[in-house]
Structures are given as C-alpha cells and as structure tokens.
Design a protein around this ligand. Sequence first.
Ligand code: FMN
Ligand code: SF4
Length: 464
Amino acid sequence: MKALKSLLISGREVLPLIEGGKGVAVSTCKTAGAWAAENAVGTISGVLPDVVDENGEVIPMNIKSKTRRERFEEQIRHSIEGIVSQAKIAHEIASGKGRIHINVLWEQGGAQQIITEALAGAKGLIDGVTCGAGMPYKLAEIASSFKTFYYPIVSSGRAFKALWARAYKSYADFLGGVVFEDPWKAGGHIGLSNSDDPNVPQNPYERIVELRRSMASVGLENTPIIIAGGVWYLREFQDFIDNPEIGPTAFQFGTRPLLTRESPVAKTWQKALLALKKSEIALQRFSPTGFMSSAIKNRFLTDLFDRSATAMPYKDEPEGNFQIPLTVGANKVYITAADQERANGYIGAGRTVPQRTNDGQIVFITPKDQETIQKNRANCLGCISHCLFSGFCQTAENLSTGKTPDPRYFCISDTLCKAAHGAPAEDELIFVGDNATRFSTDPLFKDGYLPTVKEFIARLLTGD
Ligand SMILES: Cc1cc2nc3c(=O)[nH]c(=O)nc-3n(C[C@H](O)[C@H](O)[C@H](O)COP(=O)(O)O)c2cc1C
Ligand code: SF4
C-alpha cells in the first residue's frame, strides 16, 4: 500500500481521510471530534442535528409550534442551535487536531439561513462546509463571507463546471475541494442524472479524471478531489493516489464507519449491517426530495415498493375504458375493468384506502398507513425545500407546492430521526452504500467487533 501523504484541507495539513456527513444525527460531534482527534477530517451533520448539552448528551428535539410556518422556523432555529452546540463539543474532543466540517443538504429546508447562522454562531469552530443534494450555487458566497472553506458534492465534471461558471469562479479562494461522489456506490442520496442508468455503473476513474480536467481548465489543478462512494479498503484505490491524472486527492467514508464505537447507530442497525446481502440494498426514488438514494431494502422500503406497485390510472368522470367506480375519500373516481380485479385484490388484502398520486394515478394503502401519513403531514417541519410527500414548498407564500401530496413518498425527517434515536432498523429508512455487504467479510468487524475511530483510521492507513 502506498503511504498516504498529508494534504492541506481547510487550512491545515491533515490526513487525507474524511468522515462523510451523515444525517439525520448519524455523524455527530462525537464521531467528528474523534476523526479530527486522529488528525483527519470529521463532519457534523447539519441535517436536523441534535442539540447537545455541554457533555455532548442529546437534548431531545421538541418542536412545539402549531402552524406549519412556525414549525418551519422553529426547525431552522433548532438546526442552527444543534450545529453550534455540536461544533463546540467536536472542537473539544479534537483538542486542536484535524479539521471539523459540517454537512448540509442544499435542498434542506432553510439551508442558506442554517449555514449562515451556524457559521456566525460557531465562529472559529467550523473549518469547512460540505454540501450536496442539489446545486449549491450560493454556498460559495456564504462560506467565503465567513472565511470558511466550502466543498460541493458532485458526481460529474459537468456539474462542477456549472457551479464554477455561475458562482464559484468569484469565490475561488475558499473552494477547499470538490467531493466526487460515485452515484452508483455511495450511501444516502445520490447524484444519478437522467442520462445515467442506475443498473449500469460507470468506472469512477474516468469520471474523476474528467472532473480533474474540468477543474484544471479553470486553474484548479491543485485543489483536492475528495473521492467518496464505494471506498472501503484503500489498497483498492492505489491507482488514484499520487496519480498526475487525478492530482491531489483525499478519501471520504460514509458506510464503513457506521460501525465504529463512536457511531450512534442502534444495535438492530448494527446487526442488519453485519449480515447484509447484495439483494438487500436498493437504489430507489422514494425520497420526498426527488433524489435517488441507496438504502437497505428492509420492511420499510419493501412496503414502499409494494405501495407503488398498486398504482393505476383513473379518471374523475366515466370516460372511454374508465367506467368502474371507486370511492376515493369523499369522491368517486373511475378505473378500467382491466384494473378492477387488481383493485379488489388490494382492498381484500387490507389496502382499503385508495389515494391520489401527483401523476394522475391512485395507489392503495392500509388505514394504518393513512393514519401515519396524515400525522406526518400534520406535523410537517419543512425539513426539505420541496417535499413530494407533503407538498411543502419553502418559497411559496402559503408554503405549498400546489401539487397533490403523493403517498408513494414518506416523511424523511420522521423516519431518519426515529432511526437515529433507536427505533428498530427494519421499520425505518436506513441509508447504506453499495459496499455495505462487505461488513460481513471485513476482518475489522469480525465477530461483531466495533472498532473505535482511532482503530478504524489506523486500519485505513494500512490499506485494509
Ligand atoms: C447513513 C448515511 C447517511 C448519509 N447522509 C448524508 C447526508 O446527510 N448528506 C450527505 O451529503 N451525504 C450523506 N451520506 C453520504 C456520505 O456522506 C458519503 O459521501 C457516502 O456514504 C460515501 O459512500 P460510501 O457509503 O460508499 O462510503 C450518507 C451516507 C450514509 C451511509
Ligand atoms: S413532510 Fe416530512 S419530509 Fe416533507 S418537508 Fe415535512 S417534515 Fe420534511
């Protein structure tokens, strides 16, 4: 294994090893502080982060506001307070070593305000901001105004070029690096574009070289590219290290450090990871953000697949083949005779509640699902800027997209918060990367052993 050289990241020479930001509440002050203490880069997730007390203990989120607007504003204040409180703890754990970054989703509700006020409130404690899920044009201006480095997450040279041309070229000084996230391999939301086939992975090497060419063409030949997605044993990435075609590079890890002692994931989550099979990881489109994501195909996801499979077209009035009446809420709709048997089958199996989707279809859900959906919509915090599940839209005066809320999606804040705070892993959304099947054969986790972040990083440096 080639020796890894330290690299200038966010103003300090550190190990080129980066903890991927993981929301909700999976990468925290405790994990980030531990990574930084090893002279690497730790990342606090700024996606609905927990507010912590001076010992780093979680103060449970308790959003009290009654109206959607007030809850949205309270969520933003909570997120700012969460980041600031965690930045202090991470800084203490790091004891002056490494770097502390935060990670924010660009399409998170209130993202710009959250980044701005968190950087103002945690002056000197946050060294960099990574930001993906969308095109974070304004990130450059916000981070630069606090003399803080920024790191867009992209999956292609083309995306970087667009960011550069429209915004980043005016804020080049604080562009700390560009995170290349392999959209076929990474955990969490992924950046597959419409022209990428989810079933036909492309070679990351070529895409990274293309990104470097795009960067070099605007004078960024020495700005680090941070490789994320599918990085497990570094020995498998030797060709990417000290390679003039790629230039300065660091590696980001999301899935593998889920099983470290500092990582807060629940016992049921750990157990699921240690036994995962390939068929149990799914790239799918159920996230209410509209982005694809990679997660465990557990009971939670399987139910969403099943729910989607019940979709059928309908008409509000009898028309052509649509002559069979069906009651949806207080109204009647009309389906085709060809779909009637299917509809009866769903109803007979307990999916007695037909609901409209946002693309002119109906799906069949159970009364229990309906209750959960109604509760989640009623409690919506506006955690994402445009929500396909509830129709929340942060820029509309009435906070609504005006489109039919679609029951094929789900409330991501509800499930991720529950997962992070101990709910059974079968029943919540559990993000993992494609490589998660490797836990079962990785000697580092033999017999369920949980390494500390210190041990984890020491192992990474050996190439294993
Ligand atoms: C549980 C989990 C949650 C994640 N949450 C986020 C997130 O909130 N924001 C983000 O930019 N990336 C998120 N990611 C992606 C990671 O930061 C990282 O880039 C990715 O996991 C790297 O690929 P790997 O999983 O193959 O290591 C998440 C990944 C996982 C596994
Ligand atoms: S319904 Fe849930 S996922 Fe959608 S914006 Fe509201 S809190 Fe977020």
